[in-house]
Design a protein around this ligand. Structure first.
Ligand SMILES: [Zn+2]
Ligand SMILES: [Zn+2]
Length: 361
Protein backbone atom coordinates (compact mmCIF):
# COMPACT_ATOMS: atom_id res chain seq x y z
CA UNK A 1 0.00 0.00 0.00
CA UNK A 2 1.54 3.32 -1.03
CA UNK A 3 1.43 6.54 1.03
CA UNK A 4 -1.25 8.06 -1.14
CA UNK A 5 -3.58 5.09 -0.53
CA UNK A 6 -2.82 5.03 3.21
CA UNK A 7 -3.57 8.76 3.38
CA UNK A 8 -6.84 8.31 1.51
CA UNK A 9 -8.03 5.51 3.80
CA UNK A 10 -7.06 7.37 6.95
CA UNK A 11 -8.90 10.46 5.75
CA UNK A 12 -12.03 8.46 4.84
CA UNK A 13 -12.08 6.79 8.28
CA UNK A 14 -11.38 10.09 10.08
CA UNK A 15 -14.27 11.76 8.29
CA UNK A 16 -16.59 9.01 9.58
CA UNK A 17 -15.28 9.22 13.15
CA UNK A 18 -15.78 13.00 13.30
CA UNK A 19 -19.28 12.74 11.88
CA UNK A 20 -20.41 9.69 13.86
CA UNK A 21 -18.84 10.19 17.31
CA UNK A 22 -22.18 9.43 18.94
CA UNK A 23 -22.41 5.96 17.41
CA UNK A 24 -19.17 4.83 19.08
CA UNK A 25 -20.33 2.77 22.07
CA UNK A 26 -17.70 3.24 24.76
CA UNK A 27 -18.43 1.22 27.90
CA UNK A 28 -19.49 3.03 31.08
CA UNK A 29 -16.56 1.52 33.01
CA UNK A 30 -14.09 2.67 30.36
CA UNK A 31 -11.27 3.02 32.94
CA UNK A 32 -11.16 -0.73 33.59
CA UNK A 33 -11.00 -1.80 29.92
CA UNK A 34 -8.00 -2.58 27.76
CA UNK A 35 -7.99 -0.89 24.36
CA UNK A 36 -6.04 -1.67 21.21
CA UNK A 37 -5.89 -0.55 17.61
CA UNK A 38 -4.29 -1.17 14.24
CA UNK A 39 -2.97 1.98 12.54
CA UNK A 40 -3.14 1.89 8.72
CA UNK A 41 0.00 0.18 7.54
CA UNK A 42 1.23 -0.69 11.03
CA UNK A 43 1.19 -3.41 13.68
CA UNK A 44 -1.26 -3.75 16.54
CA UNK A 45 -0.97 -1.46 19.54
CA UNK A 46 -2.65 -2.83 22.67
CA UNK A 47 -2.58 -2.66 26.49
CA UNK A 48 -3.87 0.91 26.30
CA UNK A 49 -6.20 2.39 28.88
CA UNK A 50 -8.17 5.62 29.14
CA UNK A 51 -9.44 7.45 32.18
CA UNK A 52 -12.64 8.67 30.57
CA UNK A 53 -14.86 8.19 27.53
CA UNK A 54 -13.72 11.62 26.34
CA UNK A 55 -10.05 10.58 26.42
CA UNK A 56 -10.78 7.37 24.52
CA UNK A 57 -12.84 9.18 21.89
CA UNK A 58 -10.18 11.87 21.44
CA UNK A 59 -7.55 9.18 20.77
CA UNK A 60 -9.80 7.38 18.25
CA UNK A 61 -10.36 10.66 16.38
CA UNK A 62 -6.66 11.58 16.52
CA UNK A 63 -5.44 8.17 15.26
CA UNK A 64 -8.38 7.31 12.94
CA UNK A 65 -7.10 3.75 12.97
CA UNK A 66 -7.88 0.89 10.65
CA UNK A 67 -9.47 -1.07 13.57
CA UNK A 68 -10.30 -0.26 17.20
CA UNK A 69 -10.71 -2.90 19.90
CA UNK A 70 -11.85 -2.89 23.53
CA UNK A 71 -11.66 -5.77 26.02
CA UNK A 72 -14.82 -7.54 27.08
CA UNK A 73 -12.93 -8.04 30.35
CA UNK A 74 -12.58 -5.51 33.15
CA UNK A 75 -9.21 -5.21 34.85
CA UNK A 76 -7.74 -3.57 37.91
CA UNK A 77 -4.77 -2.34 35.83
CA UNK A 78 -5.75 -2.59 32.14
CA UNK A 79 -2.52 -1.09 30.79
CA UNK A 80 -0.17 -3.55 32.51
CA UNK A 81 1.13 -6.80 30.94
CA UNK A 82 -1.48 -9.58 30.84
CA UNK A 83 -0.41 -11.43 34.00
CA UNK A 84 -0.40 -8.24 36.06
CA UNK A 85 -3.70 -6.78 34.87
CA UNK A 86 -5.86 -8.21 37.67
CA UNK A 87 -8.78 -9.78 35.79
CA UNK A 88 -12.17 -8.80 37.28
CA UNK A 89 -14.56 -10.63 34.94
CA UNK A 90 -15.63 -10.45 31.30
CA UNK A 91 -18.91 -10.10 29.44
CA UNK A 92 -20.00 -13.15 27.48
CA UNK A 93 -19.46 -12.56 23.74
CA UNK A 94 -20.23 -14.42 20.52
CA UNK A 95 -18.95 -14.14 16.98
CA UNK A 96 -20.74 -15.62 13.99
CA UNK A 97 -19.03 -15.54 10.61
CA UNK A 98 -20.76 -16.49 7.34
CA UNK A 99 -17.53 -18.26 6.32
CA UNK A 100 -18.13 -20.92 9.01
CA UNK A 101 -21.69 -21.71 7.92
CA UNK A 102 -21.99 -24.22 5.08
CA UNK A 103 -24.07 -22.59 2.35
CA UNK A 104 -24.38 -23.54 -1.32
CA UNK A 105 -23.50 -20.03 -2.52
CA UNK A 106 -19.82 -20.29 -1.49
CA UNK A 107 -18.60 -21.86 -4.74
CA UNK A 108 -20.08 -18.88 -6.58
CA UNK A 109 -18.04 -16.25 -4.73
CA UNK A 110 -15.09 -17.93 -2.97
CA UNK A 111 -11.91 -18.32 -4.97
CA UNK A 112 -8.14 -18.23 -4.79
CA UNK A 113 -5.87 -15.72 -6.50
CA UNK A 114 -2.13 -15.35 -6.96
CA UNK A 115 -0.68 -12.43 -5.04
CA UNK A 116 2.00 -11.97 -7.69
CA UNK A 117 0.38 -12.36 -11.14
CA UNK A 118 -3.30 -12.24 -10.03
CA UNK A 119 -4.24 -15.46 -11.78
CA UNK A 120 -7.35 -16.83 -10.08
CA UNK A 121 -9.49 -19.95 -9.93
CA UNK A 122 -12.00 -22.03 -8.03
CA UNK A 123 -11.23 -23.46 -4.58
CA UNK A 124 -9.51 -25.55 -3.32
CA UNK A 125 -6.50 -23.27 -3.39
CA UNK A 126 -3.39 -24.75 -5.01
CA UNK A 127 -0.16 -24.79 -2.97
CA UNK A 128 1.21 -22.16 -5.35
CA UNK A 129 0.24 -20.42 -8.57
CA UNK A 130 0.58 -22.78 -11.57
CA UNK A 131 1.31 -19.83 -13.87
CA UNK A 132 4.12 -18.05 -12.01
CA UNK A 133 4.77 -20.04 -8.80
CA UNK A 134 3.66 -17.08 -6.67
CA UNK A 135 1.72 -17.39 -3.40
CA UNK A 136 -1.95 -18.38 -3.80
CA UNK A 137 -4.37 -16.88 -1.25
CA UNK A 138 -8.05 -17.50 -0.58
CA UNK A 139 -10.69 -14.86 -1.17
CA UNK A 140 -14.00 -15.30 0.66
CA UNK A 141 -16.80 -13.31 -0.86
CA UNK A 142 -20.20 -12.70 0.61
CA UNK A 143 -23.74 -12.58 -0.74
CA UNK A 144 -27.32 -12.20 0.49
CA UNK A 145 -27.60 -15.96 1.04
CA UNK A 146 -24.66 -16.28 3.42
CA UNK A 147 -25.46 -12.99 5.17
CA UNK A 148 -29.00 -14.28 5.75
CA UNK A 149 -27.57 -17.54 7.12
CA UNK A 150 -25.29 -15.62 9.50
CA UNK A 151 -28.27 -13.55 10.66
CA UNK A 152 -30.28 -16.71 11.18
CA UNK A 153 -27.53 -18.13 13.40
CA UNK A 154 -27.40 -14.86 15.39
CA UNK A 155 -31.14 -15.22 16.00
CA UNK A 156 -30.54 -18.80 17.19
CA UNK A 157 -27.95 -17.53 19.72
CA UNK A 158 -30.54 -15.08 21.05
CA UNK A 159 -32.96 -18.03 21.30
CA UNK A 160 -30.46 -20.17 23.26
CA UNK A 161 -29.66 -17.28 25.59
CA UNK A 162 -33.32 -16.46 26.27
CA UNK A 163 -34.83 -19.97 26.37
CA UNK A 164 -31.98 -22.10 27.77
CA UNK A 165 -29.99 -19.62 29.87
CA UNK A 166 -32.75 -17.29 31.07
CA UNK A 167 -31.14 -14.10 29.76
CA UNK A 168 -33.46 -11.08 29.56
CA UNK A 169 -33.85 -9.86 25.96
CA UNK A 170 -32.72 -6.33 26.91
CA UNK A 171 -29.40 -7.78 28.20
CA UNK A 172 -28.46 -9.04 24.71
CA UNK A 173 -26.96 -6.66 22.16
CA UNK A 174 -26.62 -7.79 18.56
CA UNK A 175 -24.22 -6.10 16.14
CA UNK A 176 -23.23 -6.57 12.53
CA UNK A 177 -19.51 -7.42 12.70
CA UNK A 178 -18.46 -4.99 9.97
CA UNK A 179 -17.47 -7.80 7.63
CA UNK A 180 -19.61 -10.90 7.05
CA UNK A 181 -21.20 -11.80 10.34
CA UNK A 182 -22.62 -10.81 13.68
CA UNK A 183 -21.33 -10.14 17.18
CA UNK A 184 -23.39 -10.57 20.34
CA UNK A 185 -22.61 -9.03 23.72
CA UNK A 186 -24.39 -10.32 26.83
CA UNK A 187 -24.74 -7.88 29.71
CA UNK A 188 -25.77 -10.37 32.40
CA UNK A 189 -23.49 -10.39 35.47
CA UNK A 190 -24.05 -14.15 36.04
CA UNK A 191 -21.69 -14.91 33.15
CA UNK A 192 -18.95 -12.39 33.95
CA UNK A 193 -16.88 -14.57 36.35
CA UNK A 194 -16.94 -17.68 34.10
CA UNK A 195 -13.58 -19.13 33.08
CA UNK A 196 -12.57 -20.48 29.65
CA UNK A 197 -13.83 -24.00 30.42
CA UNK A 198 -17.33 -22.82 31.37
CA UNK A 199 -17.50 -20.58 28.29
CA UNK A 200 -16.42 -23.54 26.12
CA UNK A 201 -19.36 -25.52 27.52
CA UNK A 202 -21.73 -22.73 26.47
CA UNK A 203 -20.35 -22.47 22.92
CA UNK A 204 -20.26 -26.29 22.53
CA UNK A 205 -23.86 -26.46 23.70
CA UNK A 206 -24.99 -23.88 21.15
CA UNK A 207 -23.01 -25.61 18.37
CA UNK A 208 -24.70 -28.89 19.34
CA UNK A 209 -21.27 -30.51 19.59
CA UNK A 210 -21.64 -32.00 23.07
CA UNK A 211 -25.01 -33.66 22.51
CA UNK A 212 -25.24 -37.46 22.67
CA UNK A 213 -24.56 -38.85 19.17
CA UNK A 214 -27.59 -38.79 16.89
CA UNK A 215 -27.93 -42.60 16.92
CA UNK A 216 -28.28 -42.48 20.74
CA UNK A 217 -30.98 -39.82 20.51
CA UNK A 218 -32.65 -41.77 17.70
CA UNK A 219 -32.59 -44.96 19.81
CA UNK A 220 -34.28 -43.10 22.68
CA UNK A 221 -36.90 -41.69 20.34
CA UNK A 222 -37.55 -45.12 18.82
CA UNK A 223 -38.65 -46.37 22.25
CA UNK A 224 -41.14 -43.55 22.57
CA UNK A 225 -41.89 -41.41 19.53
CA UNK A 226 -42.82 -37.84 20.51
CA UNK A 227 -46.18 -36.51 19.40
CA UNK A 228 -44.98 -32.99 20.10
CA UNK A 229 -42.21 -31.04 21.83
CA UNK A 230 -40.98 -32.59 25.07
CA UNK A 231 -38.70 -31.47 27.86
CA UNK A 232 -36.52 -28.39 27.53
CA UNK A 233 -33.37 -27.19 25.76
CA UNK A 234 -32.02 -29.43 23.02
CA UNK A 235 -34.46 -32.24 23.96
CA UNK A 236 -37.28 -29.85 23.16
CA UNK A 237 -35.63 -28.70 19.92
CA UNK A 238 -35.04 -32.25 18.68
CA UNK A 239 -38.40 -33.73 19.75
CA UNK A 240 -40.41 -30.88 18.24
CA UNK A 241 -38.49 -31.16 14.96
CA UNK A 242 -38.91 -34.93 14.83
CA UNK A 243 -42.61 -34.75 15.74
CA UNK A 244 -43.15 -32.20 12.99
CA UNK A 245 -41.17 -34.01 10.26
CA UNK A 246 -41.42 -37.76 10.91
CA UNK A 247 -44.64 -38.28 8.92
CA UNK A 248 -43.78 -39.33 5.36
CA UNK A 249 -40.04 -38.90 6.07
CA UNK A 250 -38.04 -41.15 3.74
CA UNK A 251 -34.74 -41.35 5.66
CA UNK A 252 -33.71 -42.99 8.91
CA UNK A 253 -34.63 -41.62 12.30
CA UNK A 254 -30.92 -41.04 12.96
CA UNK A 255 -30.72 -38.86 9.87
CA UNK A 256 -33.83 -36.92 10.93
CA UNK A 257 -32.22 -36.25 14.33
CA UNK A 258 -29.03 -35.02 12.62
CA UNK A 259 -31.17 -32.67 10.55
CA UNK A 260 -32.92 -31.46 13.70
CA UNK A 261 -29.55 -30.53 15.20
CA UNK A 262 -28.06 -29.04 12.01
CA UNK A 263 -31.07 -26.81 11.44
CA UNK A 264 -31.09 -25.42 14.98
CA UNK A 265 -27.47 -25.20 16.12
CA UNK A 266 -25.66 -21.86 16.15
CA UNK A 267 -22.18 -21.90 14.59
CA UNK A 268 -20.56 -19.52 17.06
CA UNK A 269 -16.76 -19.18 16.91
CA UNK A 270 -15.64 -21.04 20.05
CA UNK A 271 -12.24 -19.34 20.07
CA UNK A 272 -13.90 -15.93 20.56
CA UNK A 273 -16.37 -16.96 23.28
CA UNK A 274 -13.69 -18.79 25.30
CA UNK A 275 -11.08 -16.02 25.12
CA UNK A 276 -11.44 -14.12 28.40
CA UNK A 277 -8.62 -11.67 27.55
CA UNK A 278 -9.86 -10.70 24.13
CA UNK A 279 -9.87 -7.24 22.68
CA UNK A 280 -13.03 -7.27 20.59
CA UNK A 281 -13.98 -4.76 17.89
CA UNK A 282 -15.47 -1.69 19.57
CA UNK A 283 -19.12 -1.13 18.66
CA UNK A 284 -19.64 1.75 16.26
CA UNK A 285 -16.09 1.62 14.85
CA UNK A 286 -15.07 0.59 11.34
CA UNK A 287 -13.76 -2.76 10.15
CA UNK A 288 -10.19 -2.45 8.91
CA UNK A 289 -10.77 -4.57 5.79
CA UNK A 290 -14.14 -3.26 4.64
CA UNK A 291 -14.79 0.23 6.01
CA UNK A 292 -18.16 -1.05 7.24
CA UNK A 293 -19.26 -0.27 10.79
CA UNK A 294 -19.78 -2.69 13.63
CA UNK A 295 -23.38 -1.52 13.69
CA UNK A 296 -26.00 -2.09 16.36
CA UNK A 297 -28.89 -4.27 15.17
CA UNK A 298 -32.11 -3.30 16.91
CA UNK A 299 -34.75 -5.03 14.80
CA UNK A 300 -33.03 -8.14 13.42
CA UNK A 301 -35.66 -8.97 10.79
CA UNK A 302 -35.52 -5.50 9.22
CA UNK A 303 -31.73 -5.12 9.43
CA UNK A 304 -30.07 -4.92 6.01
CA UNK A 305 -26.32 -5.71 6.24
CA UNK A 306 -25.80 -4.38 2.70
CA UNK A 307 -27.11 -0.96 3.71
CA UNK A 308 -26.97 0.07 7.39
CA UNK A 309 -23.27 -0.66 8.09
CA UNK A 310 -22.10 0.97 4.83
CA UNK A 311 -21.27 4.32 6.40
CA UNK A 312 -18.36 5.72 4.41
CA UNK A 313 -19.07 8.41 1.85
CA UNK A 314 -20.11 7.89 -1.76
CA UNK A 315 -17.53 10.40 -2.97
CA UNK A 316 -15.92 8.96 -6.10
CA UNK A 317 -12.27 7.98 -6.11
CA UNK A 318 -10.16 6.69 -9.00
CA UNK A 319 -8.53 3.36 -8.21
CA UNK A 320 -5.91 1.46 -10.20
CA UNK A 321 -7.12 -2.10 -9.57
CA UNK A 322 -4.78 -5.01 -10.27
CA UNK A 323 -7.44 -7.65 -9.62
CA UNK A 324 -10.70 -7.88 -7.70
CA UNK A 325 -13.65 -10.30 -7.89
CA UNK A 326 -17.22 -9.11 -8.30
CA UNK A 327 -18.84 -7.89 -5.08
CA UNK A 328 -22.07 -6.28 -3.97
CA UNK A 329 -22.73 -3.34 -1.63
CA UNK A 330 -25.84 -1.21 -1.19
CA UNK A 331 -27.46 -3.66 -3.61
CA UNK A 332 -25.16 -2.58 -6.41
CA UNK A 333 -22.72 -4.92 -8.17
CA UNK A 334 -19.09 -3.85 -8.58
CA UNK A 335 -16.43 -5.60 -10.68
CA UNK A 336 -14.92 -7.96 -11.50
CA UNK A 337 -11.85 -5.82 -12.23
CA UNK A 338 -8.52 -6.78 -13.76
CA UNK A 339 -5.65 -4.35 -14.51
CA UNK A 340 -7.84 -1.31 -14.97
CA UNK A 341 -8.47 2.13 -13.52
CA UNK A 342 -12.01 2.55 -12.29
CA UNK A 343 -13.96 5.27 -10.52
CA UNK A 344 -15.72 3.92 -7.42
CA UNK A 345 -17.65 5.38 -4.50
CA UNK A 346 -15.36 5.57 -1.44
CA UNK A 347 -17.41 2.94 0.44
CA UNK A 348 -16.77 0.41 -2.37
CA UNK A 349 -13.10 1.29 -2.98
CA UNK A 350 -12.00 0.52 0.60
CA UNK A 351 -12.02 -3.32 0.43
CA UNK A 352 -9.87 -3.27 -2.72
CA UNK A 353 -7.38 -0.84 -1.22
CA UNK A 354 -7.08 -2.54 2.20
CA UNK A 355 -6.37 -5.90 0.53
CA UNK A 356 -3.51 -4.39 -1.43
CA UNK A 357 -5.24 -5.20 -4.74
CA UNK A 358 -5.44 -1.59 -5.84
CA UNK A 359 -3.97 1.84 -5.20
CA UNK A 360 -5.53 5.29 -5.40
CA UNK A 361 -4.78 6.47 -8.93
ZN1 LIG B 1 0.86 -16.23 -10.31
ZN1 LIG C 1 -22.80 -16.40 -0.19
Amino acid sequence: MNDRTTGFLKQAYREYYFRAQDSIELPEDVGSREFGYFPFGGGMVRHLSFRSKGDALAEILRQSPSSVYCSNARYEFPARPMDEKGWLGAELIFDIDATDIPTSCKKGHDLWYCEKCHASGKLPRPAKCAKCGGPAVEYHGVCEECLDAAKDHAVRVVGFLADDFGVAPEAIRVYFSGNRGYHLHVFDARFDPLDQQARAEISDYMRGSTLPPSQTIAATLRRKMPAGPQGAGWTRRVTSYVAEHNQNYGGTLQRLVSEAVASQRAMVDASVTTDIHRVFRLAGTLHGDTGMAKARVKAVAQFDPQEAPVVLSSRPVKVQVSFYPRFRLRHTDFGPFRSETVELPTFAAVSILTRGLGEVA
